[in-house]
Ligand binder design. Structure first.
Ligand SMILES: N[C@@H](CCC(=O)N[C@@H](CS)C(=O)NCC(=O)O)C(=O)O
Length: 533
């Protein structure tokens, strides 16, 4: 294993090898020095890639595939740029264009070059990606490979978008480096050394390619590669560990019964908010009781109860001071909210809001006060598809911007968040509710906590300041429609949300706008606000 690497991130080979390095755990990666030298010795780089990421080199057939990508695409386009004879250029141009169409057709059949699951990902995919993302910024103009932009090759575009989701690829793609390198090193093709301002392909619009080729699990809270994501500066939400289900079956471990279960949730936490929303929209208030946890966390003990603050309640079951006491009773070391408690067995049923929401919808049947089905059978696939998109890019995506550990991770989360909002804005031209139903579903309910917070909280607090929801006419109308759904506004509290989020900024000042702040620290003593004594 080399302990230092010199790679050109501009060069497709260097890019693909850098991605292999980015897949490694942070501590075990060789140091990386970037060089502007184009890589001529492809074979050496291949050996390095094999050493860095042996799992990406499954067998000899794969080695042949790498050679094919290299010869048919990478080498062919650089050769095209070097041809000085018009007739020979035209011949090579026609041939490369046909090859691109053939590769586009090939990717119609499978998600990656060798299969549909992430486990099938191989080095040839990385090299193909590195080639594809250079078409718009470089090859189209500089090398006159002008038959197609990436957007004209729908499968290859979707493939590139899908791969760009992976931290090892987004974190090693640097458009400025790619453009400058190629345009500044070609005195014949670009004598005035102007670098084009455009040419960055849109890789942030959702492709849904993963779902087209793999089984839907709806396990959208799972991030397969937490370590790699953290290594790229991404903020990663820990997974919830307590995952039991309430079911309608009377013999079940947790049967649906009125008065048995209790939800602990603060209004400011968006995951808690969605559990409260489901309870409110389904009319379960008299079936499942609830405590509103204080929006301000204790610096050491975390989530706490503070019934002296308007809108907050105590813990009627145990008189706890902190949520962590509930976890201690249940024998768990976690401490997140929401918590769904079983008062019969005196333990936690679930601390995963996505599942709480779903079990609230399915388990209580006639006990629910309203005849609402948040997960109607004919729309389940579409709801799952939207949930995954909305979770990754919007609900949790907002946190990936707000809590990013690097500028690149923030830029990335920012781009994906707004690309997803743009996509939803377009979708809402055709649909009144997200999944195309006549009434709201889980998909709407799960989008709501983020959209609701965007203008007054995330725009400033998470630096998501490209546009406000008020700049999106259809999302704004949808937000109004949501607020009119019985149970929604009763289950939402903007003052709690604002105080919760901005209470965690350095000086703890909560912005007084853009809408007037109702609940303010200035009206309370420190003793009450800090929940002391
Ligand atoms: N997957 C969980 C995530 C819940 C979560 O991340 N909650 C945050 C608050 S928004 C939390 O309690 N974090 C731990 C802490 O603050 O101590 C769910 O959706 O229920």
């Amino acid at each position: 294993m080399p302990n230092a690497l010199e790679l050109s991130l501009a060069d497709p080979w260097g890019h693909a090898v850098a991605a292999c390095r980015a897949r490694m755990e942070e501590g075990s990666r060789p140091a990386l020095a970037s060089t502007d030298e184009p890589e001529t010795a492809g074979a050496d780089l291949l050996a390095i890639a094999r050493e860095l990421a042996p799992d990406l080199f499954p067998d000899e057939a794969h080695d042949a595939l790498v050679a094919e990508v290299s010869r048919e695409l990478v080498d062919a386009v650089y050769a095209l740029g070097r041809i000085e004879d018009q007739a020979r250029y035209e011949e090579a141009y026609v041939s490369l264009s046909a090859t691109l169409e053939a590769w586009d057709a090939r990717l119609r059949e499978s998600r990656f070059l060798r299969g549909d699951s992430l486990d099938d990902l191989c080095f040839a995919d990385l090299l193909l990606f590195a080639f594809l993302v250079r078409i718009d910024p470089v090859y189209f103009e500089l090398y006159k490979a002008a038959a197609f932009l990436l957007a004209d090759l729908p499968e290859l575009q979707a493939f590139a978008r899908d791969l760009y989701e992976l931290p090892e690829l987004w974190s090693t793609t640097d458009w400025d480096v790619i453009k400058a390198h190629h345009y500044l090193r070609e005195p014949v093709l670009n004598p005035k050394r102007i670098v084009p301002a455009g040419g960055i392909p849109d890789l942030d619009t959702p492709s849904f390619r993963a779902e087209r080729f793999t089984l839907r699990t709806n396990d959208d809270g799972t991030e397969e590669d937490q370590a790699v994501r953290r290594g790229a500066g991404e903020w990663v939400r820990p997974q919830s560990g307590l995952r039991h289900w309430i079911t309608p079956d009377a013999d079940a471990q947790y049967p649906a019964e009125p008065g048995r279960y209790h939800l602990y949730a603060p209004f400011n936490c968006p995951w808690s908010h969605r559990a409260l929303l489901a309870r409110g929209v389904l009319g379960l208030e008299s079936v499942v009781s609830a405590s509103v946890v204080y929006f301000r966390r204790h610096p050491k003990n975390g989530w706490q109860f503070n019934p002296r603050i308007p809108g907050c309640t105590d813990d009627p079951l145990h008189g706890s001071r902190y949520v962590v006491e509930l976890y201690e009773k249940a024998g768990s070391k976690e401490r997140s909210v929401p918590v769904l408690w079983d008062s019969r067995t005196d333990t936690i049923v679930s601390n995963e809001s996505a599942e709480v929401l779903r079990m609230f919808n399915g388990a209580f049947g006639d006990l629910a006060g309203r005849d609402v089905d948040l997960y109607p059978a004919p729309f389940r696939e579409e709801i799952d598809r939207l949930n995954a998109l909305v979770y990754q890019r919007i609900n949790n995506g907002a946190y990936k911007a707000g809590f990013a550990g690097s500028q690149a991770a923030y830029d990335r989360a920012f781009a994906r968040y707004f690309a997803a909002l743009d996509w939803l804005e377009a979708l809402l031209a055709e649909r009144r509710w997200l999944a195309g139903t006549d009434a709201l579903t889980e998909a709407d309910l799960r989008l709501f906590p983020t959209v609701y917070r965007h203008d007054a909280v995330y725009f400033a607090r998470f630096k998501l300041n490209l546009r406000r929801i008020s700049d999106y006419p259809r999302l704004s109308d949808w937000l109004k429609r949501m607020l009119d759904v019985p149970g929604v506004s009763e289950s939402s509290n903007m003052d709690h949300a604002r105080n919760g989020y901005f209470g965690r900024t350095g000086n703890e000042i909560v912005p007084a706008g853009p809408i007037p702040l109702g609940l303010s620290r200035s009206s309370f003593s420190d003793e009450v606000w800090l929940n002391e004594g």
